[in-house]
Write a protein that binds this ligand. Structure first.
Ligand code: HEM
Length: 377
């Protein structure tokens, strides 16, 4: 998509797609303020093009698809149990889950960055956080993945992203067997609701939050780990430098996030007429905000198409910006950093087996489905 996005930025900074009836903003200076202007660019009808078009009703609590004041209330509640401090305390667990994926492969000379690490470790991490037994995590991941490789928007709710049916048993079980996990906290936390009443969450509400966290946190992080393998295969000098000095890993992960946004497009419903580039975007339209394109805008990031682990990054938009800024960003960064660090401890050389690699492009994410490589020291 990058040559197309460059042309949009240069030639059609406000683009209208007649066939599918949506507008697109692609420059950093346009995407960034639009992400923060939630009054004009609303998420309440969904933030995925297909969902806005299909007019789907979303249960309360799916904060990705809510506007203030509801969004803020629900986000505050979730932020109370899902704190950066709690996520950072997970580092040793994330390391353990990563080592468990990688150790059996040492000596084999082979690693599929996605199948054997990217699709495994984030799922175990979020599963651990929620308190879901490991033996059941695989089945849940398969279910969640289905919702993200959808053919139609109806599938989105019927068998995927927001279908929480696979969590029902855990929620009910936890309700009677409290532990120190996040699900227990959601079940016991008291909060003030829209009507000003102090109460606990209902079973359905807990289910919604659990499903949201699993849906938003798995596939995106899988994609980040895939891009890490791909980009460092293509930049062997930078890879060797990282292997020699792993203190460079956190900035490398930021650069990977900037360079290949796992969630490249955020859609919004336009709530009032907007004047842009001498044109009117009428209220009621759909606007897509191409955050992945903004990350490659030379007007903001000098020589933006150059991948550089030393780059000083002036806020990439891969986690969004404004009120919907990714709630799991601290966890995603931790997972990306630990994954790369643990890979580099074992291998500093790798080459992708391109004949068996597979790119996946869904309505919400972009990245690798399979990325097998030969690996060595
Ligand atoms: C929101 C990207 C990992 C939970 C977002 C948004 C983006 C994003 C772009 C904003 C969407 C919008 O503006 O409409 C990513 C990427 C990740 C990642 C690229 C990994 C590399 C995670 C993880 C979790 C998570 C690990 C939690 C376990 C959420 C939630 C929201 C969100 C709950 C909604 C926030 C709100 O609407 O207020 N993410 N995310 N994400 N993310 Fe992430």
């Amino acid at each position: 998509p990058y040559p197309v996005w460059r042309r949009l930025r240069d030639e059609r900074p406000l683009y209208y797609n007649e066939r599918h009836e949506f507008f697109a903003l692609s420059r950093y200076e346009d995407v960034s303020p639009a992400l923060t202007d939630w009054e004009t660019y609303q998420s309440g009808r969904g933030s995925v093009l297909e969902i806005i078009k299909a007019n789907i009703e979303v249960p309360p609590g799916v904060i990705l698809f809510e506007d203030p004041p509801r969004h803020d209330l629900h986000r505050a509640l979730l932020a109370r149990v899902f704190t950066p401090k709690k996520m950072l305390a997970l580092e040793s667990k994330v390391r353990e889950f990563t080592a468990r994926c990688l150790d059996p492969l040492v000596g084999s000379g082979e690693l599929d960055f996605v199948r054997q690490l990217g699709a495994e470790m984030p799922m175990r991490t979020i599963g651990f956080l929620l308190g879901i037994p490991e033996s059941d995590q695989e089945a849940i991941r398969d279910q969640l993945d289905k919702g993200l490789s959808l053919e139609s928007s109806e599938d989105f709710y019927q068998d995927g992203f927001m279908d929480g049916s696979m969590f029902v048993d855990y929620v009910d079980w936890r309700a009677n067997n409290p532990s120190d996990d996040l699900m227990t906290e959601l079940l016991t936390a008291e909060f003030t609701d829209e009507t000003g009443t102090l109460r606990k969450l209902t079973r359905e509400e807990v289910l919604t939050y659990v499903t949201l966290l699993s849906g938003a946190g798995n596939e995106t992080t899988t994609r980040l780990i895939g891009w890490t393998g791909k980009l460092l295969a293509e930049h062997p000098d930078q890879r060797r430098e990282l292997a020699a000095d792993r203190s460079l890993v956190p900035n490398a992960i930021e650069e990977i996030l900037r360079y290949e946004a796992p969630s490249p497009i955020q859609a919004r419903y336009v709530a009032r007429d907007v004047e842009l580039y001498g044109q009117t975007v009428p209220a009621g339209s759909i606007m897509t905000l191409l955050n992945a394109s903004a990350n490659r805008d030379d007007r903001h990031f000098p020589d933006a198409d150059r991948f550089d682990i030393h780059r000083r990054i002036d806020r990439h938009l891969s986690f969004g910006y404004g009120i919907h800024f990714c709630l799991g960003a601290a966890l995603a960064r931790l997972e990306g950093r630990v994954a790369l660090d643990e890979i580099l401890r074992r291998w500093s050389e790798w080459e992708i087996d391109w004949t068996n690699a597979k790119l996946a492009h869904t309505s919400t994410t972009r990245g690798w489905d399979r990325l097998p490589a030969t690996v060595g020291r």
